[in-house]
Ligand binder design. Structure first.
Ligand code: IMP
Length: 192
């Protein structure tokens, strides 16, 4: 079994990724390697943040690891909130506040096209490989559904009549940005 650090303590993400990995890998969180400090992520691109986090863990703790960064990119807002998605409405990083701000910004705007984009930086044996996953969709006018997290209640993926927050985790994983990026990561790791 390959031991890998996933540079996160977000329990939603750990749970999602563990489901996708099955028993092929031993996935270890930051807490499990004794990393309780804030991992820096102050770059202005998703690629920069993912890479900064994986390099920080690899250098400081010496484990093979991967880190991800995700943003919601809204076409009519010049791809905002993008890398600032978590703190769009302020440093409190509150999902309801973020959704309300997004709906306010899009009020009276007809084009509601948006995409989620995930970038993963894998650092293994001193080499870095980047993986990307994208899901296209649009921003609803009202929040719908109780599942998921973040912007899920207002994001409806193309080809579906439900929001991400109305899908169960398996359905979402099958089509999501993170699902796609992580499937690429897993395919790569299985072929090492
Ligand atoms: P992170 O890089 O995965 O921490 O994502 C940054 C922010 O993007 C999160 O705080 C959420 O607001 C948003 N986000 C990321 N992934 C998702 C998702 O799958 N659904 C809804 N919002 C997400």
């Amino acid at each position: 079994m390959k031991k890998l650090v996933f540079a996160t303590n977000n329990k939603h993400k750990l749970h999602e990724i563990k489901q996708m990995l099955g028993d092929n890998f031993e996935l270890v969180s930051l807490r499990e390697i004794g990393c309780t400090e804030d991992v820096p992520e102050n770059q202005d691109t998703l690629e920069g943040n993912a890479s900064q986090k994986s390099h920080f863990i690899y250098k400081k703790y010496g484990f093979d690891c991967f880190a991800d960064d995700t943003g919601l990119e809204v076409e009519a807002l010049n791809n905002a909130p993008g890398v600032y998605s978590a703190r769009y409405a302020g440093p409190q990083r509150d999902s309801t506040d973020n959704i309300n701000k997004l709906l306010f910004e899009l009020d009276k705007i007809n084009c509601r096209k948006a995409r989620f984009r995930t970038v993963i930086s894998l650092l293994i044996n001193g080499n870095e490989i980047l993986f990307e996953g994208i899901v296209n969709g649009h921003i609803l006018t009202h929040a719908r559904g109780e599942k998921g997290f973040g912007y899920d209640p207002v994001f409806q993926p193309d080809g579906y009549a439900v929001s991400f927050a109305e899908m169960n985790m398996e359905e979402k994983n099958r089509i999501s940005h993170r699902g796609e990026a992580f499937r690429k990561l897993i395919t790569y790791l299985n072929n090492l």
